[in-house]
Unconditional design. Structure first.
Lengths: 467, 329
């Protein structure tokens, strides 16, 4: 490998590492923000104490997860320039404004409403406090909106022209750029994934406490709510994912070929390869287990429909098939396990054993982290599947990278690994510690200590203010 | 339009330096404060505002990408090592801030992380400034130098200078916000830092015109001389006022005088750099994004930035006055 190739590979590792770490936290906080909104709404509507208990319980965890997301997000906003400078120069005029909108809205929200949400219950009144919770939930969604719009544009670029400097710029309406072809699918699929991830985490925590104390009403309620989510949203997500896949087939066929492991074209119906070992050199899947015609049925809704394979794509435009193939299977496999858990919980509900079926609770605990794994696997599928491009069909990854020497990138990668593992391990352990405590009636508010996520909100300091 | 955006980004940088400067400074002064109440008070004094302060950095970076993508694409790789160090320093410090309160049994370790993060981030920012001033190698539309180019005696001096500057800001912030022993300590720390700051400004100012090319022209040719002559006098004058206000144990004046010193430095930098996005290499017009991108962003910025500013002002107003050991009251 030449020095440049090593540097490129290291830069890709570093981006994958930092973005994966980052993505875990927003995936959780997007879902939690909405969950908190639902809890508070239920509390306001029914007046039942248990909802307030749960609200306070999850609020503490939300605060930490949100903070981790913000801290790791700062790094991302600079990494485009430090490591992908050519990409930044060329794509900056298109994606820069979208990312700037993300920063502005996120900052506005962070400063404005999160502090009220965290500390303001007694100070601003119930109605206004609920409004703040809603604003935070909306804000996490808006953040996801802009970032996923940028990502989708890189997958399915439209509405651009190339100017004299070789930069992409918006050709006509910004709406064309923002609502590019893959964006609606990606947005719905990702946000639903965040909801499902949160539901499983909440369900896992609830189950954990039910295993210890069946009578804990907070644990019962959160487990029940989470299992409703799993039962209802998991099938929806599978349908949404299917639609997203069809969209990808239309715009990025090579990615779908890699996901399916189709090295060869299948003129008379393509099989669904369940498992196997992709061998990129030999252009085949070794020891595969296949179901004839099923892939054509899923992708074309016809058992015998012809389906093109990677042999129709120039060799230098293939993604790494093994990574995409396996990441996709991990995501889909976990998705079906989630569906299974949801159905099991429905069955338990019918039998009236939702709160005392030990094996169901054990399964839910085991599935607690599944959402995070699935989210990362899905992200790997879509990002590795876009390779060798950063902007599909227009700009290659190898041409996007900064002119940096390999030792520079290697050094920074090591530094990132050390700091991230120290810092985010501490954060995750702390979250687990919070989750390890059972939800109790009269759950206290978050301690009135300085907290990053409170931003510049003065509410915490208004304790002594006369009103 | 390009000038407007240059103004916005310059404003974000100034806002960042002024606001995050004092809380980074407090991080660096931390080892000199006594464990327990003194440290808690110092931390409390910046707790409500520091995250908002730091967001200007993200805005500066995000704005640069959107409005001046070429400058973003050249500067960031050129300063790869210091910028990476800065980001890691800020991560470390941000998280230390949070966990210091929650995990009291590891507090000493988090305090160390807080100081280290602050120091590394500040030093790296100073080096960044120095490296930009001394010029970076550009070929075509890309950085063309090595990955240690930023390391020179000059950039080390600017790195140290910024540490001194931020520490002084931090000390004067504490003078304004603290009472009792902590305030005494802040007064004691501020005086030597004040001298060091004047020395640092002199060193950097004296070295800059001799770096290369345009700076000498700007400062020692007409009409630059109009500014060059009074500048040292102004710096000395403000320095003297700062020294005197510290001696008289005035509480608010020192912070304002340090801000004035920083203001003079910014004016000096503006004279040296304007209208370049990368000193001596790329002008803001060469680096600018197409007008369409700038206009689209300006729509959002002109609504949200004033809102954010108003919000920031309001929160500083709410937290005016002394901090005490248990937060603001």
């Amino acid at each position: 490998m030449t020095d440049a190739e090593t540097a490129l590979l290291l830069a890709r590792f570093q981006f994958a590492f930092t973005v994966s770490f980052h993505f875990i936290f927003p995936a959780f906080s997007i879902g939690l923000a909405s969950y908190l909104m639902v809890l508070e709404a239920l509390w306001l509507k029914t007046g039942r104490e248990v909802y307030l208990t749960l609200y306070r319980y999850w609020l503490k965890i939300f605060a930490v997860a949100f903070a981790m997301g913000v801290v790791s997000g700062i790094v991302m906003s600079y990494q485009f320039g430090t490591n992908w400078s050519v990409f930044s120069d060329k794509a900056g005029p298109v994606i820069g404004p979208l990312m700037a909108y993300e920063v502005l809205t996120a900052f506005f929200l962070e400063a404005g409403f999160l502090g009220v949400m965290l500390f303001g219950m007694k100070k601003v009144g119930k109605g206004l406090h609920f409004a703040a919770t809603c604003a935070v939930a909306l804000g996490t969604f808006i953040s996801a909106f802009w970032i996923l719009s940028v990502n989708s544009w890189m997958q399915t670029p439209v509405g651009y022209v190339v100017n004299a400097n070789g930069q992409f710029e918006a050709a006509g309406s910004w709406l064309t750029v923002i609502f590019n072809p893959s964006f609606p699918y990606r947005l719905i699929h990702t946000v639903t994934a965040a909801y499902l991830t949160t539901a499983l985490a909440v369900g896992g925590v609830g189950a954990w406490h039910l295993l210890r104390d069946r009578g804990n009403s907070g644990a019962q309620t959160m487990f029940s709510m989470a299992m409703w989510m799993a039962a209802l949203v998991a099938p929806v997500q599978i349908l949404v994912g299917d639609q997203h896949g069809l969209n990808t087939l239309e715009h990025q066929p090579a990615k779908v070929m890699a996901m399916e492991g189709h090295f060869q074209s299948h003129p008379a119906g393509a099989p669904l390869i369940l498992f196997g070992w992709p061998d990129q050199e030999q252009k085949q899947i070794r020891s595969s287990i296949e179901i004839p015609g099923l892939s054509s049925l899923i992708l074309k809704h016809d058992l015998n429909a012809p389906l093109a394979g990677l042999d129709t794509v120039p060799r230098d435009q293939w993604p790494n098939v093994a990574i995409v193939f396996w990441a996709f299977r991990i995501m889909v496999g976990l998705g079906f396990l989630m569906l299974g858990l949801g159905l099991w919980s429905l069955f338990a509900r019918v039998r009236g054993r939702l709160h005392d079926w030990t094996w169901l609770h054990r399964a839910a605990v085991a599935m607690g982290p599944a959402g995070f794994v699935a989210v990362i696997a899905g992200w790997v599928t879509t990002e590795a599947g876009r390779q060798p491009w950063t902007i599909q069909g227009l700009l290659r990854t190898a041409e996007s990278v900064s002119p940096l020497a390999a030792p520079a990138v290697g050094g920074s990668l090591i530094a990132f690994v050390i700091v991230y593992f120290t810092v985010f391990t501490a954060g995750t352990l702390y979250i687990l510690k919070l989750m390890g405590k059972p939800p109790l009636p009269h759950e206290p508010d978050p301690a009135p200590i300085p907290i990053r996520t409170a931003g510049i909100t003065p509410v915490a300091g208004m304790k002594g203010e006369k009103r | 339009m390009t000038v407007i955006w240059a103004g916005i980004i310059a404003f974000a940088v100034v806002a960042y330096v002024v606001m995050d400067g004092f809380d980074l400074g407090i991080g660096m002064l931390f080892p000199r404060l006594r464990v327990g109440e003194e440290r808690d008070s110092a931390m409390n004094s910046i707790a409500p505002v520091w995250d908002g302060n730091e967001t200007w950095l993200v805005m500066g970076g995000g704005g640069l990408l959107a409005a001046f993508p070429l400058a973003y694409a050249i500067v960031l790789p050129a300063l790869y090592a210091p910028l990476t160090a800065m980001l890691l320093g800020l991560v470390l410090r941000g998280v230390a801030f949070e966990f210091r309160w929650r995990e009291s049994n590891h507090r000493a370790a988090w305090d160390l992380a807080f100081t280290t993060g602050s120091l590394v981030a500040t030093f790296a920012q100073g080096i960044t400034l120095g490296a930009l001033l001394q010029g970076i190698t550009v070929e075509g539309r890309a950085y063309a130098g090595g990955w240690w180019d930023w390391l020179t005696p000059f950039s080390l001096v600017t790195g140290l200078s910024l540490c001194v500057g931020y520490a002084l800001l931090g000390a004067c912030w504490l003078v304004m916000k603290a009472e009792g022993e902590l305030q005494d300590r802040a007064f004691a720390l501020a005086r030597p830092l004040c001298v060091a700051m004047i020395v640092a400004i002199s060193l950097v100012s004296a070295a800059t015109p001799f770096l290369e090319g345009q700076y000498y022209q700007r400062w020692f040719a007409w009409p630059g001389l109009l500014v060059t002559v009074p500048m040292p006098l102004l710096v000395l004058g403000v320095g003297w006022m700062l020294w005197r206000s510290l001696g008289r144990r005035q509480e608010r004046a020192p912070f304002l005088w340090v801000l004035s010193l920083f203001g003079l430095c910014f004016i000096g930098l503006a004279i040296s750099i304007w209208p370049d996005a990368i000193p001596g290499r790329v002008t803001i017009w060469q680096a600018a994004a197409p007008e369409k991108s700038q206009i689209f962003m300006l729509v959002g910025a002109s609504v949200l930035v004033p809102l954010i500013l108003a919000y920031t002002a309001w929160s500083y107003w709410v937290f005016r006055g002394k901090v005490g050991s248990h937060g603001y009251h």
